[in-house]
Design a protein around this ligand. Structure first.
Ligand code: GDP
Length: 326
């Protein structure tokens, strides 16, 4: 594959080239990986910067409805919008939560939008690393906004927050007066909470839920990187396309403030550190997955099980051997 040609076409906003490039970065073949790394390197200096928005919410809260109407609102303003996903379920069960073909039909026909389902890889770490690279490709292709969607289960919010400039939590109106079991850690990651379905019969419950969460957010420690009033909660109706403009204005207020105060670049710098450590960690784990390493592991595991060696001694011998020492 001609990498410099692919690079030029991505810079010229050729969508087929972008799709091919994302397929390339998702491939686990060693030669593909090498080309992918070269491509990302070649696009590094594009100088283009998108607003990267992470969006999380449990199935049913209205993520696809929201992304569709929010995305259409942005493209109507002339902005180019890319939608990517991190779906930890897409490999495990074979049934992706976020990959449904019928989702976001209108947005997928919009020439200013680009939608790409979650890569299917064997573990969240792999999915996340490749999605992060896809974000940088979309950025080089000149997208103004990159939305990265994930389901509110497990670890995926953390990795999506680590590739986003803003992290948005989408919630549905609560039935009772309980907060919806949202983990404290996720609340702490959220820059803006959007309570969706604030329409019809659900509107009063949405308003109540919103004020509950606004209260809960106030109790969290104020973040030095944010202006007064953030993180905040507000209501939207994705279905009736209400509150979307307000939500976007809030997002832009936060982004603008962070840019002016150095926190935007600061957050990206921290994220670069995170992904560097993650690549090293995953690289080490990959070494354990080679056939040779597996044989060595099994061999030592047997010896440990039979009491021939202690786990500690066996582990340090294996590590020495993995490092190529005798
Ligand atoms: P996802 O699983 O988070 O992607 O949720 P969907 O976007 O598929 O929405 C789940 C259900 O909630 C669908 O039946 C939607 O029509 C409905 N829904 C989504 N947004 C709204 C909204 O703003 N108001 C109301 N009343 N229903 C909504």
């Amino acid at each position: 594959m001609d990498i410099s040609d692919l690079r030029d076409r991505i810079l010229a906003d050729d969508r087929r080239a972008l799709s091919r490039a994302i397929t390339l970065i998702e491939s686990t073949r060693a030669d593909h990986r090498e080309q992918a790394v070269a491509l990302i390197e070649a696009l590094k200096t594009s100088g283009r910067e998108a607003v990267r928005i992470g969006l999380s919410g449990t199935p049913g809260v209205g993520k696809s409805t929201f992304i569709e109407s929010f995305g259409m609102m942005l493209t109507a303003q002339g902005l180019k919008v890319a939608v990517l996903a991190v779906d930890p379920s897409s490999t495990r069960s074979g049934g992706s939560i976020l990959g449904d073909k019928t989702r976001m039909e209108r947005l997928s026909r919009d020439p200013k939008a680009f939608i790409r389902p979650s890569p299917s890889q064997s573990h969240l770490g792999g999915v996340a690393r490749r999605t992060r690279e896809a974000v940088t490709l979309c950025e080089a292709a000149g997208f103004d906004v990159v939305l990265i969607e994930t389901v509110g289960v497990g670890q995926s919010e953390t990795v999506v927050a680590e590739m986003s400039d803003l992290f948005i939590l989408l919630l549905a109106p609560a039935g009772g007066d309980e907060l919806q079991g949202v983990k404290r850690g996720i609340m702490e990651m959220a820059d803006i909470i959007l309570v969706n379905k604030a329409d019809g019969d659900l509107k009063p419950a949405a308003i109540r839920t919103c004020s509950d969460y606004a209260g809960a957010l106030r109790l969290l420690r104020k973040r030095p990187q944010d202006p007064e009033g953030f993180p905040k909660a507000t209501t939207v109706s994705a279905l009736h396309e209400e509150g979307l403009r307000h939500a976007w204005d809030e997002m832009m207020t936060l982004i603008k403030w962070r840019r002016e105060n150095g926190h935007f670049a600061g957050r990206r710098a921290e994220q670069a550190r995170y992904w560097f450590r993650e690549e090293v960690r995953q690289g080490l784990l990959a070494r354990l997955a080679t056939p040779d390493a597996r044989t060595v592991m099994q061999d030592y595991a047997e010896r440990v099980a039979e009491g021939e060696m202690t786990p500690t001694v066996a582990a340090s011998e294996v590590l020495r051997r993995l490092h190529g020492e005798p």
